[in-house]
Write a protein that binds this ligand. Sequence first.
Ligand code: AP5
Ligand code: MG
Length: 189
Amino acid sequence: MSATRLLLLGPPGAGKGTQAARLVARLGVPQISTGDMLRAAVAAGTEMGRQARAAMESGELVSDDVVIGVARERLAQKDAQEGFVLDGFPRTVVQAEALDAILEQTGVKLERCVAITVDEEVVVARLLRRAEIEGRTDDKEDSIRTRMCVYREQTEPLLAYYRERGVLAEVNGEGGIEEVALRIEGGLS
Ligand code: AP5
Ligand code: MG
């Protein structure tokens, strides 16, 4: 039986979304992306979207309170009871502790944190290419650099957090999408 309560951690452009989509298709559990949910809120013009918009465009983090609320609500839904692939949450130690508390309430634990590592110049190139195709408002060079700094300062400490808990698998995210997917499968077994 493979693990079904997973987290993909990594810098912007590491391939979290790409690999999460493949994992959920294989495991039959939902992908939970706080970035996608926040972008949907911005597009729908909700109060939360209005509050999150400026931080997202500049590449800063949305407040812990807001994203923890979003994640808590999503994890409580029926389709997430047998598992989930978290993509982009948690991103701070405060969020990681909140996730532990949320899962503890239902008596489950995060089984694996897959940390996807990619060289900074590779991710910048990937995101500038995506900017031409999709036009995501935070795929501009200055926002990308800010997202990288925020990752290093606030999110990278989570590698130690999950290593200490014995659930960390580090995977090289460079190379083709298939190649990375195979490495992740290896990291999950
Ligand atoms: P979020 O949406 O999570 O963005 P991100 O972390 O910056 O990462 P991306 O989605 O850009 O990259 P990815 O790792 O998913 O890679 P992808 O598969 O797309 O967050 C956006 C913002 O929302 C944050 O900055 C923040 O403001 C806010 N936010 C979200 N969650 C939050 C939280 N928990 N707390 C606070 N704020 C939060 O791949 C990237 C590109 O590369 C694609 O074009 C893809 O096709 C391509 N690609 C993928 N794999 C490969 C490969 N192996 N080879 C070549 N190309 C590849
Ligand atoms: Mg993504």
